[in-house]
Design a protein around this ligand. Sequence first.
Ligand code: ZN
Length: 257
Amino acid sequence: MQIIRFSQENNECCYGWIFENKVGPLSATPFEPYQRMDAVIPLEKVKLHAPVQPGKIIAVGRNYPAHAEEQDVEVPETPILFLKPSSSVIGMDETILIPPQSKQVDFEGELAVVIGKQGRWIDINKIEDFILGYTIANDVTARDLQRSDNLWTRAKGFDTFCPLGPLIETDLDVSDILITTRVNSEIRQMASTREMVFNIPQLVVYISSIMTLNPGDVILTGTPAGVGSLEAGDIVKIEIEGIGVLRNSVSRDTRQK
Ligand code: ZN
């Protein structure tokens, strides 16, 4: 099933599902018992929001060997984790803002895991029980600040630095699916999730041995090779097989100098 968060005109945002390009509301969030209402609203008539409002976003660094190589760093022996703030989330067609503090803001196309049920010390054989589904993320990064700061919080944490969407796909085998990133229609990243150093079951086991995973939490599973910088006016599209395309424009943040 495909789950979205959407609104119409001035109505409040709510969860919905998609059936044959039509949208129907869910009677509750997908993290509790819900019913699917009839899908009768044309998809093009609704505004899509980020498909989840995460309590926390756990991201994984250097999880594709070719990306570690292009950054001139070693492939890690255990997953490298960092957090992105929930305030960095934007949805489909919202604008990534280049902050005045950075001269190099990069895209990073990534498969994102949406947690469906609370779990700690999750058993590798029971991973499926704790995953609601999968969406697409852009782990936008101020690369110059990532290099100059020892910690990654600033480089990864600006508002608008975590586009998510357009939907959550609940039925998908993600062991070998293609991630493709295009900037202004030019292909910049293309790789299969089978190239990951740590696969999704390993990541869920590892992260849940550290912190409780809560419904709505999101795990960004790392970016393949080919990362590059974004300029004002660019359109960045990340496509993942079986999920769709996450599209965002890029502007300079002129609100504060
Ligand atoms: Zn990343």
